[in-house]
Design a protein around this ligand. Structure first.
Ligand code: SF4
Length: 645
């Protein structure tokens, strides 16, 4: 740690090291050099994970006490920069792993879990910062259920109260996220809580953490890591304002940035213009039929990624407009301005009547991929996922695979009644998974390669490849996101190379560029790699994917200098993004990832789409491999996907 450089402004400048084994907490000054070189949030956390793994060696079991989970913020968090309410959580993921042999993967090599960064909005991360802590670094495992309080500079580990638990299936499990949050809010007035749900406690590999009732560290299994540590919740409360290097300059430049963001939201030719109304759900129409500045659509996943389009009358039941019809007031993250993607929602009557938030595009798309055409059931299930602590996206991918397995008879020994389009059975399966309530629930709550092996062991000899065919989450996949991976080679590359695991859509996004004609292997590779380095920066700055300003140009660079005192140029800031992505890849190499993982193409995705504007498209494995070559060259990695020493 460097102690000679002054700490930049903007940060609180303190890190809390929590050791659950010894029930001890150390609060130390932050390292100013790391804050400069790795920016904040995701970047700093990658570095802090790297230090742990360098000392202890690669982590073979993400559910062991040796996994480190870090929660925190960045210099920009809690400032007036629009969308400055996104917090970071990093750990070695539980879903993106395949440690045992897997005969359905050509050349399979063991994968022990990838570095996973998850971004969540809400208030919690800004409250943690107000409470005086930039990064909460949690190691070990408590010998009984505990929770953490961070209140006005003091960090305490306390026994989790019995009232946070209930009995389910003869076991004591945490109550729902809203019940835990309400209870802890009563204990510490004005606080904000991040908590595990029953799914995390039961070590479901795609369990999430829930902040402020419905903001999630969703992908990768953060909830399971909390569960493995006997950690129920973190509650934060504080009032400290952000320190600025040049407050007046920040105010002036902030107004300039505000005008830019506002103009982009008011420009009808930019996608930001409809975000305050539709949120992310505008992608439903764009992917289905090309509405909202798209082309012809044809890539909304249907029937476990078999197709990208289906009957239009059926689609109308779950379209962008269908979800607009139940949308209410904005319900946005702390410090969000202008962009405002989240709205409340209300279903007035019927079996799924209730109030909550409108589900996101990715969630809806992946449940449409299960052929669910009941909008109200989707609304209800989204609410249930928030309460039980289940990542909606991976749950959708797991369910699509399970429905196909079930219809083909492979799950009959587990009592499965899952069928495509059957919302009631899907809701039941969600509860069964979260609570580990029966054989089917216990089976489906694990990383996919374990599921494939277990089902194959109970099936006729020779069934293995047919079973693996159903599971696009195979070989350590998180599950593909809501754009059919057959449709766009660039998007398939983004999915295949994301540092947090196959199927992730947030690290690079190519649809607009590919619809606009981007198609050469080298161009696709460069576009994906630049997107990944840029996203590493956005996450490290504590901003949202939907921030519409340019973070590597003026006025943002001057604004950031007025906040922190750090004089980044466009090049030096971009270099931070590359450094962060490269370091994450280095960690992943040590965890078993190389080209074998990146190059895996699930057999199902080689079968062409038979309908719609993109009929005939499928993943072309040879072309994808040429993109991978160019991608590794771009990063300066070996053609085996290894970061060079
Ligand atoms: S645009 Fe949406 S996700 Fe981003 S900060 Fe605003 S409300 Fe949160």
């Amino acid at each position: 740690m460097s102690e000679t450089k002054p700490m930049p402004s903007g940060y609180r400048g303190m890190w809390a090291w929590v050791d659950l084994d010894s029930r001890s907490v150390r609060v130390t000054p932050a390292d100013p050099v790391l804050c400069r070189d790795y920016v904040g949030g995701r970047g700093l956390q990658a570095r802090l994970l790297y230090e742990k793994l360098k000392a202890g060696g690669p982590l073979r079991d993400p559910l062991s006490p040796a996994n480190r989970i870090i929660i925190g913020s960045a210099a920009a968090n809690d400032t007036a920069i629009p969308t400055a309410g996104r917090g970071s959580c990093s750990f070695i993921g539980t879903m993106a792993r395949s440690p045992e042999s897997a005969a359905w993967v050509p050349g399979h090599k063991p994968l022990y879990g990838l570095i996973t960064h998850s971004s969540a909005g809400g208030l919690f991360h800004n409250m943690l910062k107000r409470a005086g802590i930039d990064q909460l670094i949690i190691d070990g495992r408590a010998d009984r259920p505990v929770r953490i309080e961070v209140v006005e500079g003091t960090v305490r580990i306390v026994d989790a109260e019995d009232s946070l638990f209930e009995k389910a299936g003869g076991r004591s499990v945490p109550r729902t996220a809203s019940a835990i949050t309400d209870e802890l809010a009563r204990k510490i007035k004005g606080s904000s809580t991040l908590c595990v749900g029953p799914a995390g406690w039961n070590l479901i590999d795609f369990a999430c953490l829930t902040a402020d009732y419905h903001r999630n560290f969703g992908r990768g299994g953060a909830g399971a890591v909390f569960g493995s540590k006997n950690l129920v919740a973190v509650t934060a409360y504080g009032k400290e304002p952000v320190p600025y290097a040049e407050p007046e300059e920040f105010k002036k430049l902030g107004q300039e940035l505000d005008r830019i963001i506002k103009a982009s939201v008011e420009d009808p030719n930019r996608t930001a213009s409809f975000r305050p109304t539709t949120g992310t759900t505008w992608w439903l129409d764009r992917a289905f039929n090309g509405r909202y500045l798209g082309v012809k659509g044809g890539y909304l996943p249907w029937h476990n990624f078999d197709e990208g389009v289906f009957d239009s009358a059926d689609y109308a039941r779950v379209s962008t407009d269908a979800f607009l019809a139940i949308s209410g007031k904005h319900n946005v993250c702390n410090k969000c301005r202008h962009i405002f993607c989240t709205r409340s929602a209300k279903v007035e009557s019927g079996p799924y009547a209730g109030e909550g938030v409108r589900p996101e595009f990715e969630t809806i798309a992946l449940w449409i991929n299960c052929c669910i055409l009941d909008r109200d059931a989707i609304f209800h299930m989204n609410d249930l996922c928030n309460e039980l602590g289940v990542d909606t996206m991976t749950f959708g991918s797991v369910m699509a695979g399970a429905m196909e397995l079930s219809e083909k008879g492979f799950l009959s020994g587990y009592g499965s009644r899952l069928r495509f389009g059957d919302a009631a059975e899907m809701i039941q399966a969600l509860k069964d998974i979260a609570y580990g309530a029966n054989d089917l629930g216990r089976l489906l709550g694990h990383y996919t390669d374990r599921v494939i092996a277990e089902v194959a062991a109970r099936s006729a000899p020779g069934a293995l490849s047919d079973i693996a065919y159903c599971a696009t989450t195979a070989y350590g996949g998180l599950g593909y996101a809501g754009i059919n991976p057959k449709a766009f080679p660039g998007m398939f590359t983004a999915y295949g190379t994301s540092n947090r695991g196959r199927g992730d859509h947030t690290y690079a996004w190519t649809i607009q560029a590919e619809e606009g004609g981007l198609k050469e292997a080298r161009d696709l590779a460069a576009y994906v790699a630049e997107g990944q380095a840029g996203k590493a920066l956005v996450d490290s700055l504590g901003l949202c994917d939907f921030f519409t300003g340019d973070i590597t140009a003026e006025p943002f660079l001057s604004l950031y200098r007025a906040l922190t005192g750090i004089e980044y140029t466009a090049d030096s800031l971009k270099a931070c993004g590359r450094r962060i992505y490269d370091l994450e890849r280095r960690i992943n190499n040590a965890q078993g990832r190389d080209r074998t993982y990146d190059a895996f193409v699930p057999a199902k995705l080689k079968v062409p789409l038979t309908r719609g504007a993109l009929q005939g498209r499928a993943v072309d494995e040879a072309f994808y491999n040429s993109v991978l070559d160019a991608y590794y060259d771009y990063w300066g990695w070996s053609r085996q996907g290894l970061v060079k020493k």
